[in-house]
Structure formats: C-alpha cells, structure tokens
Design a protein around this ligand. Sequence first.
Ligand code: ZN
Ligand code: ZN
Length: 257
Amino acid sequence: MLRFASLASGSGGNCLVADCDGTRILVDCGLSLTEAERRLARLGLQGADISAILVTHEHGDHGGGVFDFAAAHGVAVYLTYGTRAALEAEGKVLEGVKVCLVNGKEPVAIGALEARPYTVPHDAREPVQYILSDGNARLGVLTDIGCSTPHVEQMLSGLDALVLECNYDLDLLWAGPYPKWLKSRIAGPFGHLDNRQSEGLLGRLERSKLKHVLGAHLSQHNNKPALARAALARALGCSDDWIGIASQDEGSDWRSL
Ligand SMILES: [Zn+2]
Ligand SMILES: [Zn+2]
C-alpha cells in the first residue's frame, strides 16, 4: 500500500514523504534538519527510516535542507544535473552523500517505489516534478510551475492522488504587499500557478481514479485555504471539504491509496 503525507508546504519550506512497504522517500527538503526530524516524528517516522530524497529544484524552500538531512542519515539524493550544479554553486552539495542523477524522461526504481520525473516550466536550472508509484497506485506531485503544458497534463492523467500547487489568488497577489517585479515573477510563465490555473489544469485531467487531492504551496500573503479549496472543488464538482490542504505549519496527515 502506498501512503503519503506532507511535512510542510509553502515558500517557507516544502517536504513530502511517501511510504510503501518500508520504502520511505522524501520529495524535497526545504526544512532544517531538526525541523524535518520533528515533523517526521509527528508522522511516526525517524530520519533513519528514509531511503532517498527526490529533489525537484534548487530553490531554498525545496533544496535548502536536502544535503544536511542526507548527510545526517546516510540517504541518497536524486536530482537533475542542473539542480546539482545550482546547489553546488551555492555550496550546498556535501561530500560523502550518494548522489543519483535523474532526467526528465526516465523513471528510477527505489525499493518498493518507482519515481518518474517530468519536466516543468519554472525559473530554476533544470526543474522536474515527480510521480510515485508502487506498481498499482500513482501519486503525482506538482508545485512550482509557471503554467501548465500538454506534457504535464498527460503525465498527471489517471492518477490516484495529486498534490497540486495553488500558490496565489490573482486579485490578492496584485493587491498585496510584494514589489511589482516579484508579483510579475510569481504570475509569469516560469513562476507559480494561481487558483484558477490549478482549477483549469485539474479540470483537464483524466481523473476517474482520484482518491485524494491536496492543494499545496499556498502563499501565506496572497492566498487563503478556502479560496484554493473552492477552486479545486469546482474542477472536480465535489464539495469544498473533500479537498485537502497541505499547509506550511502542519503539512497534512497520512493519506492512503
Ligand atoms: Zn517553492
Ligand atoms: Zn521554486
């Protein structure tokens, strides 16, 4: 059985754990080592339980804590060539950590799970997002993408669970406190998805098997959980409270597939 939970989601740090028959994989670690360990303990896990970390891209809220965690617990790190180069340039790649390069085309087997990276438009060196599968159920993770693409929608069709970015509400972003250049970056084609873009993306997927949908990477300044829930619920034609939210402070509870 495949299950997953968010440890944290948002620009203050992202980390998700997937678990299948003792294979436990983190997707990103934008948390300090102690914070990641504290949040794993909330979910009944320890650092030593983790088999691998998949990194989506080098931004600090995703890659910032990856190598500290990997070094502390002897965990292998999976990332693209470009993400490794960007983290190296920041001095974040630590000696002695096993690194496995991935690309946007080929899946990798890690214990009981298969991780399939796929490419996304985002302002990082070589960003990917991941689909995790136990050979039966498939979990898709998609955050940090400026606009949807046919490739992304093809990859995410037919999933059993989806963790989907709902970064901002467009009106709140433009009325909010950020400087204009940052608003333009966030709303641009290599920035983040707003609630309406996520609603549209979800609505175009083949989604007959979806058991769980979690809104993720919500901006604390420019979004509200109720707005994200309502947008994703419109796409599915379900009630708002069926939609989960992976939050910055709490993450989410376990969801089983
Ligand atoms: Zn991010
Ligand atoms: Zn990013």
